[in-house]
Write a protein that binds this ligand. Structure first.
Ligand SMILES: [Zn+2]
Ligand SMILES: [Zn+2]
Length: 170
């Protein structure tokens, strides 16, 4: 009985070694492939993609741990989403200006509201740049502005019945 077991022992050892080798190789291949796909989702830089995959291929598990520590935090898809969110936020900040007299949308270079004649902005006395009413110096040429108007002047005539008017200043 013992003799028989001893006789097949080398075969058992060979099979066990083979199974272990196949298992370890599969694990290694899986790690390398996973790293390659993960880094490709995080950067378009081919050098970085090759280096990261190579590091895991050579260093195996320690390499994978190092990769986890230094890989780009966001995937490209996440970065794109964040960029879109930020753009939406910026657009919310740069929302079109609204006339305080009638609520119509007005461009920020309008001096008067074309609908209700509210005085929205003034021109620089020197260089004719469009300025906010409460600015007392021109940011473009530095000329001081003598005007005492500090807030939009709503044309009372039109306050109750705003009438769309076609004439828009150039
Ligand atoms: Zn208006
Ligand atoms: Zn000016």
């Amino acid at each position: 009985m013992i003799d028989q077991l001893l006789a097949i022992l080398p075969q058992v050892v060979t099979v066990l070694t083979l199974v272990t080798a196949v298992f370890v190789t599969s694990l290694w291949l899986g790690m390398v492939l996973w790293t390659f796909r993960d880094i490709r989702a995080r950067t378009r830089d081919i050098v970085v993609q090759i280096l990261a995959t190579f590091m895991v291929a050579v260093l195996t598990l320690p390499g994978l741990i190092v990769y986890f520590l230094i890989r780009p935090r966001e995937t490209l898809a996440e970065a794109y989403e964040h960029a879109l969110e930020q753009e939406a936020l910026l657009q919310a900040i740069e929302e079109p200006e609204v006339c305080p007299g009638c609520g119509a949308k007005v461009r920020d270079e309008f001096i008067y509201c074309p609908y209700c004649h509210t005085h929205l902005r003034k021109k620089c006395l020197e260089c004719e740049s469009v300025l906010a009413l409460d600015w007392n110096i021109c940011p473009f040429c530095g000329a001081s502005q003598g005007s005492t108007v500090v807030a939009p002047v709503i044309d009372r005539q039109f306050e109750t019945a705003p009438e769309p008017e076609a004439s828009v200043q150039a």
